[in-house]
Design a protein around this ligand. Structure first.
Ligand SMILES: Cc1ncc(COP(=O)(O)O)c(C=O)c1O
Length: 365
């Protein structure tokens, strides 16, 4: 790992990356460069950039791609903080933001909207709808000058290759599955050099949001076991989803691997290896906030915590975590009510998870 903050410059024989001289840690770093190449290979893109968080990757995308008078489209179900940032920047920078509440409306709407950038997540949070990225990409291609940015955090390149489906750029929170051990923060953008190297690199330099070398090392190490983890987490998630579906204390289960989920057929068409990821959500029958808090406090194996994609199973409570920054009315419109929890399945023995959930659900009831 290279921690050095400075490099010999200017002088002949100095190191160079991406055809740029290696000078200073805020611009480039060899360890970060290795992680960027890794992500570019996995996502089948030309170039990659590493950031210190997923949110800084997203911020640089917006600053680099959107200007005054542009139009931007997004699904209202996107990650709460990303949505908050888009709303805030749209007011300050003077671009317009159209939010769509249904995937079908979105697919129809992006074509004729004159959009400069369209933002999508490969799976929405927390109800796990899967948008038909290929159809949106086609609509964007037909409308000239429109860029489709896909957040592939929930699915990872092991399950989904958005650039193959026609997306212009892919963005990641590496804090989740790529790092995989809940011990590192990071983000990536992958796409064509004309956008990544020629536009976004400069915005990363100006905003000082490059990934740290230690984080790049941890992410690259995490990626070595990505296939094993995602495979196992997806298989366990399906077992847990099927168990919850039959549980008397559970009113509804959201997992795209279940035939009853509205996105099952889209996910089956787009996802690789017939796997559906390690995240699922469910509603506890008739539960209010205090019932859910009692349920969470009774869990012994699964840890109540934000984030997802780690080796430990974690359970998030969207009304107080990922979607706490939006109004209650807006949450209700998105189906995020106090009875809803989101489970990120880890690498534990599936039987231990089922027992833990059963005990806590019964106790909470
Ligand atoms: C889908 C998605 N994208 C981006 C982010 C932001 O990533 P970070 O927390 O690394 O800034 C999150 C965080 O939860 C997320 O869930």
């Amino acid at each position: 790992m290279y921690r050095s903050a400075i490099y010999r410059y200017p002088c002949r024989g100095g190191a160079a990356f991406h055809g740029r001289p290696l000078k200073y840690i805020r611009e480039d770093n060899p360890s970060v460069y290795c992680a960027e190449r890794l992500l570019a290979l996995l996502e089948e893109g030309e170039s990659g950039l590493g950031f210190n968080t997923g949110m800084s990757a997203f911020t640089v995308l917006v600053l680099g791609l959107v200007g005054r008078g542009d139009r931007v489209a997004a699904l209202a179900h996107m990650y709460g903080t990303a949505l908050q940032l888009l709303e805030e920047l749209s007011r300050r920078l003077g671009f317009s933001l159209d939010l769509f509440y249904s995937v079908d409306e979105f697919v129809e709407g992006v074509g004729g909207g004159g959009y400069r950038v369209v933002f999508l997540e490969s799976m929405t949070n927390p109800l796990l709808y899967v948008p038909p990225i290929d159809e949106v990409a086609k609509a964007c291609r037909d409308a000239e000058g429109c860029l489709l940015v896909v957040d592939n955090t929930f699915t990872t390149p092991y399950l989904l290759k958005p650039l193959r489906l026609g997306a212009s750029l892919v963005v990641h929170s590496a804090t989740k599955y790529l790092g995989g051990h809940n011990d590192v923060a990071g983000g990536f953008v992958v796409g064509p050099g004309r956008l990544v190297d020629d536009v976004l690199w400069e915005w990363r330099r100006m905003t000082g949001s490059i990934m740290q070398p230690d984080s790049a090392y941890l992410v690259a190490r995490g990626v070595k076991t990505l296939p094993l983890r995602v495979e196992r987490q997806s298989r366990t998630a399906r077992v847990v989803a099927e168990f919850l579906l039959e549980h008397p204390r559970v009113a509804e289960v959201y997992y795209p691997g279940l035939p009853g989920h509205p996105s099952h057929s889209v996910a089956s068409r787009l996802f690789l290896r017939r796997l559906y990821g390690g995240v699922l959500s469910f509603r506890i029958r008739g539960a209010g906030m205090s019932d859910v808090e009692r349920f969470l406090s009774r869990l012994r194996v699964i840890t109540p915590a934000p984030s997802l994609g780690g080796v430990e199973s974690t359970i998030a409570y969207p009304v107080v975590s990922s979607h706490s920054t939006i109004s209650e009315e807006e949450r209700r419109r998105l189906g995020i009510t106090p009875d809803l929890v989101r489970l990120s399945v880890g690498l534990e023995d599936p039987e231990d998870l089922l027992e833990d959930l059963d005990r806590a659900l019964t106790a909470a009831g």
